[in-house]
Ligand binder design. Structure first.
Ligand code: ACM
Ligand code: ZN
Length: 764
């Protein structure tokens, strides 16, 4: 995927933070509290009971012999938590066992379970092995409460998932990850009671699955000669000069598929077509419209070279898919279908002749023809097709399932047409997006998706009626790896956002409560540690809520930490340490200041240093009018953002910047009384790779009556920060900024109008 223009906004109103008191983990009684069980995702029903089941020295598990796999997983889990424990397994019903795994028709849902812990022992009941597996999963969470487990709290849990499709995706085309990591990734999926692994196996930058009939797919297609450095949109990219390669043999794939099956995870392979196919074309140039030569792509983005629509291509793809279907028992095969430029097809005689002979009206219908043909082939072989939402264009294949990524609209449309859909909108499900605005965040593709926003995702859009809603099979987190070279980096992007998504797809939405989730997340972090998963720890950072009093022109700033006992802070720029002011009540900000704060638990630093800046000036709370409205997507709180004492950060979509295109910024500020004004400071954003430029021209005018303006300053040498001296009496200030009308040569978007992003108009 590619972000060329500003994407996504943060919904940052963390109002619920205000209501939060300190952690309530430790109640100091024997009473078992519902949230003390730390089951994640939250079960449908959990009845807390008093007492503990003390593990005997020799623990006996009994289970149906068809549950060997599940039993062994439980046994090895117990042994990692309590290495001294002796665990015996009996594959027959026995009243002497301490843990019984039993099939029971009383559990209606195919993936549901009951987990009952009492003085009599532990019972996991379910209708299927999958249900037993999820019951064992919850039991494992009870076992992982302490470092050294000796007992399990009494409880009755009745649980089942909300959605049948609970997925995670991984792109191994941009970067390859070895089988050992793929297995660890599958463990991570299963530990969150998710059940689909969407394995994105082919890309422009690398073909990663061995196909016996076409050996060049891997001998040539899995190798790229080098890799772009830095952001893909850069006008003058540089490359690392290092060969990059990797692929999975069919033997490795079979082993991984088996590994996933044992964890009740279905792997859905994705073979991209007709676009994102340049690595395949590099191996077999006759499959492209121009005949090549092609090289495995070395940069990120969308390539124009796509499969030509000849019989040769279809024969090739069918042969590839035959081997894929033999490897993957999944009913679904994902065939991509996204981001397929039509440039080559428009100029290709063979594709144009296909359009005529099939009676198609254009290249979109040609794409639809392509997908329908592949669907017919998959259906004939007992498989079902999934494609990205572009497969709606030009007509949807009759039985296709749509994966909605450019928002939820593709999923809505598919459901309304009577098709199944899976929700993976960029706005809430793209784990390649930034998860914080910390400047030290590693390079990401863009966007902003903090944990809270994943947690707030609702897969069923309001516009669907009950019948249509059933078509939404579930949701999935997508992990595109352009900017993730290492396993640790993938984990950093995935955890703990996967935990938030797991609760979205598993739990009853009535139980969704971020505060409660946060408390249970502590236990989940301990589990991550145990599995050596390198989770991102933004969760431990200080959170803030501020309120602006526009009359008094001051802020009240509340700090909160989910995980610490103490917060200390400074407001004079000095570093925070153990002697700094203890945070006890909201900080009153009556002058421009930078707040720095640090959370501590038992005198040890927890999470990152918090910094935030507040700019107090005469314009705060003044009236402002704009002659032309900013583009809606980049308006957030509207025009008052320019006079709210807050500065836009390094992300242009952070909600503080207002974005204009084609029309100029014309802002008129009414201070309501005449004032002696010393200066005005106007800030602009500059990011040519995202088509955002400093204005061509900046003009400042002043007026006493709002009608007769005097120009006080004008420049065509605009900076990020424009500190303009005034030294005059005025009630009105007018700012005019002209966005560049045509992006200059040497930048992406050349010739198109440029964006202007402006924030705070600081008046002193
Ligand atoms: C996608 O992100 N191109 C599906
Ligand atoms: Zn062609």
């Amino acid at each position: 995927m590619k972000i060329i223009a500003p994407q996504g906004l943060l919904i940052a109103a963390l109002i619920y933070l205000l209501a939060v008191s300190s952690c309530s983990d430790n109640k100091g009684t024997n009473q078992n509290e519902p949230n003390q069980y730390n089951i994640l995702p939250m079960p449908n029903k959990l009845v807390a009971e008093n007492g503990q089941f003390v593990l005997p020295k020799v623990l006996v598990i009994s289970a149906d012999s068809s549950l060997k796999n599940e039993t062994q997983i439980l046994r090895s889990f117990i042994l990692t938590q309590a290495p001294e424990q002796v665990v015996e397994v009996q594959y027959q019903r026995s009243n002497k066992s301490h843990i019984q795994l039993v099939f029971s028709d009383s559990v209606a849902h195919q993936e549901g379970y009951q987990l009952l812990v009492s003085a009599e022992g532990i019972k996991v009941k379910a209708a299927t092995a999958a249900g037993i597996f999820y019951g064992i999963n919850s039991l494992s969470q009870l076992l992982s409460q302490k470092d050294q487990v000796t007992s399990i709290p009494f409880v009755r849990i009745f649980d089942a998932p909300r959605f049948e499709y609970r997925g995670m995706h991984l792109d191994v085309g941009r970067h390859y990850f070895p089988p050992s990591f793929i297995k660890k990734y599958i463990d991570g999926i299963a530990m969150h009671k998710m059940n689909r692994f969407h394995w994105h196996l082919t890309e422009d930058q690398g073909w990663r699955i061995e196909i016996k009939k076409y050996p060049k797919l891997t001998s040539i297609g899995s190798v790229r000669k080098e890799t772009i450095l830095g952001h893909a949109g850069a006008s003058n990219p540089s490359f690392d000069g290092k060969e990059y390669k990797g692929f999975y043999t069919q033997e490795e794939i079979k082993e991984i598929v088996g590994y996933a099956q044992m964890r009740h995870v279905t792997i859905i392979p994705e073979i991209e077509m007709p676009g994102h196919a340049q690595a395949a074309l590099a191996a077999y140039p006759e499959l492209g419209c121009t005949g090549g030569p092609y090289e495995v792509s070395t940069k990120w983005g969308i390539e124009k070279e796509v499969f030509c629509t000849t019989e040769t291509t279809f024969e090739f793809l069918e042969n590839v898919l035959k081997e894929v279907m033999d490897l993957f028992p999944s009913q679904y095969i994902h065939i991509g279908g996204d981001e397929c430029p039509k440039d080559r097809w428009k100029l290709c005689k063979k594709c144009q002749s296909r359009i005529r002979s099939e009676g198609l009206s254009d290249e979109h219908e040609l794409q639809s023809y392509f997908i329908k043909r592949i669907e017919t082939f998959l259906n004939k072989n007992g498989k079902k097709l999934i494609g990205w939402d572009e497969i709606l264009e030009g007509g949807l294949a009759p039985d296709a399932t749509v994966m909605s990524w450019r928002g939820v609209q593709g999923g809505v449309k598919a459901a309304q047409l009577g098709h199944d859909a899976i929700m993976t909108p960029q706005s809430h499900c793209y784990f390649d997006h930034y998860q914080s605005d910390d400047p030290s965040e590693p390079l990401a593709i863009g966007g902003f998706l903090p944990l809270q926003k994943v947690y707030a995702f609702e897969p069923i859009p309001k516009e669907l009626n009950q019948q249509e809603s059933k078509r939404i099979l579930g949701a999935q987190g997508n992990v595109w790896t352009e900017y993730m070279q290492s396993e640790k980096h993938v984990e950093y992007m995935v955890y703990p956002r996967i935990a938030a998504l797991a609760e979205v797809v598993w739990s009853n939405p009535e139980h969704r409560n971020y505060q409660d989730f946060s408390q249970r997340l502590h236990a989940q972090f301990k589990r991550y540690e145990l599995l050596e998963i390198h989770a991102a720890n933004h969760f431990y950072d200080i959170n803030k809520v501020h309120q602006l009093d526009t009359l008094l022109q001051q802020f009240k700033v509340q700090l909160h930490s989910w995980s610490s006992d103490t917060i200390r802070y400074t407001t004079d720029g000095s570093p925070v340490n153990q002697q700094s002011t203890l945070y006890q009540q909201p900080i009153e900000v009556t002058q421009t200041m930078k707040i720095q704060a640090q959370a501590y638990t038992n005198n040890l630093e927890v999470g990152r240093l918090f910094t935030d800046e507040f700019v107090i000036h005469q314009g705060i709370g003044a009236d402002i009018s704009l002659a032309h409205q900013p583009v809606k997507k980049y308006t957030f709180h509207g025009k008052n953002t320019l006079l709210n004492g807050r500065l836009g950060g390094k992300e242009f979509a952070d909600g503080e910047w207002l974005g204009f295109i084609e029309k100029p910024l014309v802002a008129e500020v009414d201070l309501k009384t005449s004032n002696n004004l010393q200066m005005v400071n106007i800030r602009f954003y500059d990011d040519p790779d995202s088509w955002i430029f400093l204005p061509e021209k900046l003009t400042v005018m002043a007026s006493e009556n709002g009608a007769d303006y005097t120009e006080v300053f004008t420049t065509s040498n605009v900076l990020n920060n424009n500190m303009i001296p005034l030294n005059l009496e005025a009630r009105y200030i007018k700012i005019i900024g002209n966005p560049i009308s045509s992006i200059p040569v040497g930048h992406p978007g050349v010739g198109k109008p440029g964006w202007l992003f402006v924030d705070e108009i600081e008046i002193k």
